[in-house]
Structure formats: C-alpha cells, structure tokens
Ligand binder design. Structure first.
Ligand SMILES: Cc1ncc(COP(=O)(O)O)c(C=O)c1O
Length: 371
C-alpha cells in the first residue's frame, strides 16, 4: 500500500512534545493512573491486580465489549470489536469495504485517515466540503447528488474535527437514509460524542439507526484516556464485523492487556469520567468566548456545538506565519488549516486541556503584536 503522509500527525510528531502549551490538541486532559484506579470497582480492581500479560482475546475482552455495547441502545457485545485506537478501526474497516472501482464520500475538512485510507485502497473519493458560510453544515442536496452507483461508503464525523459542527437530528436521519438508499455503508465517527455543548443536541449512536451504519468510538477524547489506545467499531452487521476481525489479524491481532482493563474501569465509571471532561471543555469554551469578544477584528468562528476543538478564521494576517511566530515566541501551538489542505486561513484550536488559560495569555500577547 502506498499512502500519502498524514499531515496533521507529521505536524504533531514535530511539535506535540516540544511546546509549552498545546492549544490545538483534540483530546481532553488525560487521566492520571492513580485517579483512574481509584474508580475501579472490586471486580476491576482485582483484574488489575492479578493481570497476566499474555495475549488477549482478539475481538476484545468480553467484559470490555459488554461495557462498550452498553453505550448503545440496541447492540450486543458481539456487535462490537476492540482496536488499538480509533485509527486502527478506520484502517481495518475501510480496507475491508473499499477497493478499486468503489466510491466513497467523506466530509472535509476532516481527520485525514477518514479519506486517505480509502484513496490508498484504490477507491475514488468525493470530499463533501463543509463550508463556513453554511455554519460547516452537511449539505444534503449536494450529498445526494454525489452518490453514484459505485458508492459503497459514506463517512461523517459528528461532533466534527476540526469545526465542532454537529448536525441536527433531521439532518443526521437524512444522511442515514441517503446511505441506505444508495445501498452503501455509513461510518459515523462519534469519537467526540458526549461532549455536545448542549446535551439536548446529542445524537443517537449511528449503529442504533440501521444495520448499514457503523459507529466508531474511542477512549481518547470524551473519556480522556488517549494513552490507552483503545477504540472500537460497533455495528449490527456481524458479517461485516467478522471480515474486519479477520483483517485485524494482520495489524495488532488483539489489544493491550493493561489498556483493556483500564478502559473497562473508565467505561464503568463513565458518568464521572464524562462529567470531568465536560467540565474542562465547557469551562474552556467560556474562556474562548472571552477571547473572541476581545478580538472581533482579528478572529471569527462558528462556535462549536460539540467536541473539544473549533476552527476559527484569522482576519488580516496569515495563519501559517502566525502559527509559526506564536510557537516560536510564546511556545503555544495552533494547528494551521493548511494541514487539512484547507485554504481558508483558519486554525484549529483545542479546548480540552487544563493549561488553556496560560495558552490564551500567550495567544493574546501575539495577537496584540499583529496590530
Ligand atoms: C475525528 C477523529 N477520528 C478518529 C481519531 C483517532 O483517534 P485515536 O488517535 O485515538 O485513534 C481522531 C483523533 O484525533 C479524530 O479526531
């Protein structure tokens, strides 16, 4: 397989651990081990204490799969498959679904692997452009028009990286219906689900809406445990899941034993875990409201409706040059929109980290220098 560089990941490989303040991270401030272990119940505490470091069950630990299935209304543990992060789930699913002659439609700008792996598999990919003038919304007419007889897969991500877009329920249902009418699979990347600004806007899980829909979840974002590298696919289509499981034999085979137990602890305590993440994200979003109020002639954004990131536009100065001087002078990292191949002079800003006040102080100082 020949595959283009993952621009965002190459950028993070250079900068992520070399800066003082990561103001573009997509994950939520990670849990400490001792804090997490304090949440264990008797069963999971014993599992952790007595853990043996052999291979694990290929589809995922049965208790972890049961907990994951519990996140959905209609799924059984056998409707889930555990992976090393969401990234491996995308890689395996797309490889199983797509080959030369197949067509996929993927929202863009977006997380590059959602379309790059499809291209590397030889599929023809239509990027469904989300536009700032539309509030980054999915355009249903355009989506319908992009469907061809060869369309096998439609991919959406909600809440969305990098814009924070979240479709309303009617739009979401319409996308599910468009995929069904096309005879295509729908992959719903739900890794930020639970971080809706207004909880009333939370969408149902895609996999609960039809056997042609596959949900993608992960411990990294809403559950604030990116270092576990535990993700999952969930769908009622067990034949598809069996093919994806067979593919996984050529990647990781099975998940990390310690990570599975820690993910189980985290998911069993998910009310507390998600409440912590929501507290960080919503508190930081209020601080960002202050930033946008202070700089109306320099910054504009569509306020995110969900997730831990947004995609503001810089007014009157270049986003690549600004990000470069910001990191050099203030040690604060923003992600230029060019890393998404997006020409609109935007930057990705992340608000899941607890050092956001310090990062904003540096950003304020650098914005003042643009005057
Ligand atoms: C939309 C989206 N999907 C999938 C992933 C991959 O998650 P992970 O790195 O935990 O595998 C990310 C990570 O940034 C993401 O933003």
């Amino acid at each position: 397989m020949r595959i283009a560089d993952f621009e965002l990941e190459r950028f993070f490989a250079r900068w992520e651990f070399a800066v003082r303040h990561l103001l573009c991270a997509s994950d939520v401030e990670g849990w400490g081990m001792s804090e997490l272990l304090a949440l264990a119940d008797d069963e999971t505490a014993a599992m952790w204490r007595d853990l043996r470091l052999g291979y694990t069950e290929a589809p995922g630990h049965p208790l972890l799969r049961r907990e994951i299935a519990g996140l959905y209304e209609t799924l059984e543990p056998d409707d889930t498959l555990v992976f090393a992060g969401a990234e491996e789930g995308i890689f395996a699913l797309v490889n199983v679904l797509l080959g030369p002659g197949d067509h996929a439609i993927v929202t863009w700008p977006g997380y590059q692997s959602l379309y790059e792996i499809a291209r590397a598999c030889g599929a023809d990919v239509t990027l469904h452009e989300l536009r700032e003038v539309d509030g980054w919304a999915i355009d249903l007419d355009r989506l319908r028009a992009d469907v061809t007889p060869a369309t096998r897969l439609i991919v959406i991500n909600a809440p969305h990286n990098p814009t924070g877009m979240l479709p309303d329920r009617a739009t979401f249902d319409a996308v599910v219906a468009i995929a069904a009418e096309a005879g295509a699979r729908l992959l719903v990347d739900e890794v930020y689900r639970g971080l809706e600004v207004d909880e009333a806007d939370r969408l149902p899980c895609g996999a609960d809406l039809g056997a042609h829909v596959v949900s993608l979840g992960v411990m990294s974002k809403t559950y604030a445990m990116a270092g576990l590298r535990i993700g999952w696919l969930a769908t009622r289509d067990r034949d598809l899941l069996a093919r994806v499981a067979a593919f996984k034999d050529y990647t990781t085979i099975c998940a990390s034993a310690p990570s599975e137990v820690l993910a189980l602890i985290g998911l069993r305590a998910r009310d507390a875990v998600v409440a912590r993440s929501r507290g960080i994200v919503l508190g930081n979003l209020a601080l960002l409201d202050g930033l946008f109020a202070r700089w109306p002639d320099r910054l504009a954004w569509v306020r995110p409706r969900g997730g831990s990131i947004g995609f503001p536009r810089l007014i009157g100065f270049d986003s690549d040059a600004f990000a470069a001087t910001l990191v050099e002078r203030e040690g604060v990292l923003l992600l230029p929109g060019s890393r998404f191949g997006h020409p609109g002079n935007h930057v990705r800003i992340g608000f899941g980290r607890t050092d956001l006040p310090q990062a904003l102080a540096g950003l304020d100082r650098e914005l003042a220098r643009t005057r």
